[in-house]
Design a binder for this molecule. Sequence first.
Ligand code: FRU
Length: 525
Amino acid sequence: MKHYVKLNLYLSILVLALVFLGCKDEQASKDTRSSEYYSENHRPQFHFTPEANWMNDPNGMFYYDGKYHLFYQYYPDSTVWGPMHWGHAESGNLVHWEHLPIGLYPDSIGCIFSGGAIVDTDNTSKLGTANKPPIIATFTHHDFVGEKAKSNDFQKQSIAYSLDGGYEWTKYKGNPVIPNREKIKDFRDPKVVWHADSQKWILVLAAYDRVKFYSSTNLIDWQFLSDYAIAGDNRLWECPDLFPMRVEGSDETKWVLIVSIQKEAPNGGTGTSYFVGEFDGKQFICDIKDQKWLDYGTDNYAFVTWNNVPKEDGRILGIGWMSNWQYAQIVPTEKWRSTMTLARELQLIKKDLNYELYSSPVKEFTALRDKTTSFNQMHISEEQILEGAFDPCQSEYLITVNLKETTAESFGVKFQNDIGEYFTIDFKSKEGKMYVDRRHSSKTKFNADFYKNIHTAPINFNKEQLDIRIIMDASSAEIFIDNGAVSFTSIFFPSKAFDTVRLMAENGTVHVVDAKTYSLKGIWN
Ligand code: FRU
């Protein structure tokens, strides 16, 4: 007996020691992970990227129980596009993200293309209970076998529901809820909004060169309502979004229709556009003359908004995929591919009889600001290096220019490294334009198109001052002019991080009233 006690004691000590060593090992590996985690070449430090493999469009975004959910087109087996899943992450503040297990997997009907999610608060679908409102994801089932067989009805709309706030999902057994009877080859990306006047859910989806609207009272049975298209436009439309929006400073409400377009965006390739008008429960009537662009840069696609943002908050919040189908699959990152833009707030501004959608980073983003340096009243006639405690590729710049006292034909900002690679942003008032030049941002050119053109955006110089905000991460610049009147997103891949920032002027002087820099904290460690 005594021997047994002793033996047991020895065994317990041995087990405790092993557990202790095991914990230490785990601790050690956690420590190693924390210093190397998200430190690969070009890895964004405060933007959302998957830990590994391929990502494209943001999907199924909703707010519930204190969390903003973000799903995304995800292929977990490779760094190029493949059979799509919905990857999943959540955030309490739209800035810090936590990775979660994959939300939706391919099944016997197909793989899971883009779409949205809504909180069915009144349980109209009867898929939950009054106490546990279901969250309903709407997505496209894409059937590769049908596609290969050229059946043309290989894209259909389906739903899935979650009864635990968005973590576990069940596919609806009656899928698809919108079959593809007309056999439209491109028939996808369903997103739903509540239309209070008609007390119905409205679903918008993209059907090749147009969008189609459907209505439902239970999110399961859908009736076709109408199409919206631009006469003569035969580009491919994708990832639509429809929502009501209050015009800033008034009680007027307009409906905004966002559509991503697969070609001929302002600077080439794919881009996100919008229309402003009325939606009467049946059709969309556009009030603005032309389609407009939400972002003039090359790298903001499939931008869509969060559902169920609390009424007291009242903001329209969204996020875009920070890439372009022209080159997304060959950008030089190794472990993962693609990044999301910063989460952004949209504002609808009425100017004379026109409506414009402004976009800027959500206010929560400023929590990442760390050290700051200020420069005042500079008259620059050639160049001035901005020196301070910041890493040029993990910083924010707020620059106010007095346009009345500026004589320079061209002025701007240049980010550069010591091997001669650079990225510039230039303003030319005579031409009414901003020029963004990434042509020399890397010596190793992975794709000719990426480095071919200098990019532009229209800027209004007919006023006292110009407000420039630039947010630089390891491989992206997000530029916001005059509080988001123009936004411009551009990615780049320098062989060595940029380490100097200069303010530049040509043929005259630029009067910089104020230039502030902030170093930004990373979100991953
Ligand atoms: C847009 C898009 C969507 C589609 C998804 C597939 O980038 O082409 O239309 O659902 O990507 O990944």
